[in-house]
Design a protein around this ligand. Structure first.
Ligand code: SAM
Ligand code: ZN
Length: 275
C-alpha cells in the first residue's frame, strides 16, 4: 500500500487519519487493517456483497481490456479528467484500467482504486506503481478523507453523490462514464445481456445533481470488430455473467456469425462540486 495513498484514507471505524506501518494500515485509536500480500487493504469490515465481481469476471475483463477494444473509452476518460497533480480516486475500479490510463497522463498524481471485489483489488494493486487499492463499498461511506481528491472517476460502476461531493476538493471534478441505450446493442438479444435502462442518463443526474453540477456530457460511439474469444470475454465480464453459466454463454456465442461488428456507445459526464 502506497504511503501517499494511505494518507488520503479515513478510518472506517472512527473517521481518523490512517497511515501505513510495515504491513498494517492503522489509526490513532488503534484500529488496524492488514495490507495483503498483493498490496491492497480491505476496509470493508464485512463479507463481499453479491454485486462484487467474481475472480472469473475480473479475469475476463482484464483479458478483454488487454485487447485494446476500449482504448477510445480510456482516451475519452483521460480527456475529461484533464491535466493536474492532485489525487485521483476511482470507484468500482475493477482492474484499474482507466485509473492507470489517467495516471500515465498525470505523472504527479497518485491514484486510489476502490472496489468491493477482492479479486478486482488484487489486480488493481498491481496495475500501476502509483495506485493504492482499497476494498470498500461505494454505496456506503467512502474510507476517504474530506476534500482530498482532485478527481473522482466512475466507469460502468456505482456512485453516491453525497459521498463523492464530500471527498472532492473545492473545484475538483467527478467524471462518470455510463453506457448509452445502444451500447453493445447487437449482442443484447443473442447473448441475453442485460438491457441498458433507457432512463439511465436521467437517473444519473437525479442521483448526483443535489450535490454536483453537470459541466459537460460527451457521447462516444464507435464500432468494435469482435471474434469468438472477444465476445465470450465481453459476456463473461459484465453484470449478465451473474445470471449465466460459461456453457450457456459458449452455446450462444457459437450461434453467432463471427467476427461480428458491435457498437460501443457511452456518455462521459463531467460534474463539479456545488460551491
Ligand atoms: C462493470 S464493472 C466495471 C469495472 C471498471 N470500472 C471497468 O470499467 O473496467 C463494475 C465494478 O464495480 C464493482 N462494484 C460493484 N458494486 C460495488 C460497490 N457497492 N462498491 C464498490 N465497487 C462495486 C464490481 O466489483 C466491479 O469491479
Ligand atoms: Zn480508527
Amino acid at each position: 500500500m502506497l504511503a501517499d495513498v494511505a494518507t488520503l484514507l479515513r478510518c472506517p471505524a472512527c473517521h481518523g487519519e490512517l497511515w501505513v506501518e510495515a504491513s498494517v494500515v492503522r489509526c490513532q485509536q488503534g484500529h488496524q487493517f492488514d495490507v495483503s500480500r498483493q498490496g491492497y487493504v480491505n476496509l470493508l469490515g464485512t463479507a463481499q456483497p453479491a454485486s462484487a465481481d467474481t475472480a472469473a469476471m475480473v479475469q475476463a475483463r482484464a483479458q478483454f481490456l488487454a485487447g485494446g477494444h476500449y482504448l477510445p473509452l480510456a482516451r475519452a476518460v483521460c480527456a475529461a479528467v484533464g491535466a493536474g497533480e492532485g489525487p485521483v480516486v476511482e470507484l468500482g475500479s475493477g482492474t484499474a484500467y482507466y485509473l492507470s490510463a489517467v495516471l500515465q497522463r498525470r505523472p504527479q498524481s497518485v491514484g486510489m482504486a476502490i472496489d468491493v471485489s477482492v479479486p478486482a483489488c488484487r489486480r488493481a494493486a498491481k496495475a500501476h506503481p502509483r495506485i493504492g487499492a482499497v476494498v470498500a463499498d461505494a454505496w456506503g461511506q467512502l474510507p476517504v478523507m474530506d476534500r482530498c481528491a482532485d478527481v473522482v472517476l466512475v466507469v460502468f460502476a456505482p456512485r453516491r453523490g453525497a459521498e463523492i461531493a464530500r471527498v472532492l476538493r473545492p473545484g475538483g471534478r467527478l467524471v462518470v462514464l455510463t453506457p448509452a441505450a445502444d451500447h453493445l446493442g447487437e449482442l443484447v438479444e443473442p447473448l441475453g445481456l442485460l438491457r441498458v435502462d433507457q432512463r439511465k442518463d436521467e437517473r444519473l443526474r437525479a442521483g448526483l445533481e443535489p450535490w454536483l453540477v453537470v459541466r459537460e456530457a460527451v457521447s462516444v460511439r464507435f464500432s468494435l470488430s469482435l471474434d469468438a474469444t472477444d465476445v465470450e470475454q465481453l459476456a463473461a465480464m459484465g453484470p449478465s455473467a451473474f445470471h449465466s453459466t460459461a456453457a450457456e454463454r459458449q452455446r450462444r456465442v457459437a450461434a453467432l456469425t463471427l467476427p461480428t461488428t458491435v457498437t460501443a456507445s457511452v456518455t462521459v459526464t463531467t460534474l463539479c462540486s456545488r460551491p
